[in-house]
Design a protein around this ligand. Sequence first.
Ligand code: NCD
Length: 317
Amino acid sequence: MSEQMSSFISSKQLSLEQLHRIFSRAKWFKSEFGRSGRIHQLVDSEEARKKILSLVFLEPSTRTRTSFQVAALRLGLRVVLLDNPLVTSTQKGESLADTLRNVAAMLPDAMIVRYGVDRECDELLQTFGCPVINAGIGTMEHPTQALLDAFTILENRGGFRDERILIVGDVLHSRVANSDLVLLQMLGAEVAYCAPAEFIPKEEAWKSVKSFSDIDEGMEWASVVICLRIQKERHSTQSVGLTIAEYREKYRVGGDQLKRLRPDGILLHPGPVNRGVELSNFAFADPRCKVLEQVTNGVFVRSSLLSYVLGLEVIDG
Ligand code: NCD
């Protein structure tokens, strides 16, 4: 089956049907990889080899950038990576928007982009001649993280209908939380959050979302807990009025909190994890913690998405 998708900037763009198709192909890729250690045999290798993917990561990234690269290479695509601002012409005064314009002018088959808050770039993305995938833009959205979070929930919990998903931490500054909310509600899950006053989200979409001030109560309510990193780099220059010690005291998930999570519940985190702040080492080692499984799933979910965005023929299972 081959069906071309256009750009993927927001979780809101996907229909339920498209979502399930992405998940089912990701599941197929993962199981074939488990069986044979490769997935490139599932696509037309001649077609795949002709495609050039431009990755432009002008904000730090470990998982998302590497995962897109691995996903692309597993499919047999070719990748061009621009990820070090110190060696781009931004050092000579070129703007981020002009950097993106120039990469787009080289006519890649698709662009994967990450950058900070930049309205001019946001508008520009719609004008490029190739599909663009949002790999984390400002505080707006990070839709491929939401895809892999949802896929991990689907794998571990079997579905979304009766799921209660608690998002803990710096919800206000998290693009992951914004994308998770849209996608998980669309899939039928109930979403709630637990955040200190300083990190309560202000966007309209969060207004009617249930919230817990006490993490213990939230842990008892939830079947899935997603912890978030404190997004220090996005806080204004004024102090947010909350110290790390205060945060840890009230919102860190450790052994005591895990006792309240149901035995078949799961604990997620998009990474990077600040051990001891959002999750204790003990919590990280708990079998319900699926953080590294999320990372593995990121590769297969992104391979699946890329195959649709590039219109690759895939031998489906
Ligand atoms: C997140 C990001 O960059 O938005 N991480 C990720 O992509 N896996 C979350 C974060 O930085 O805290």
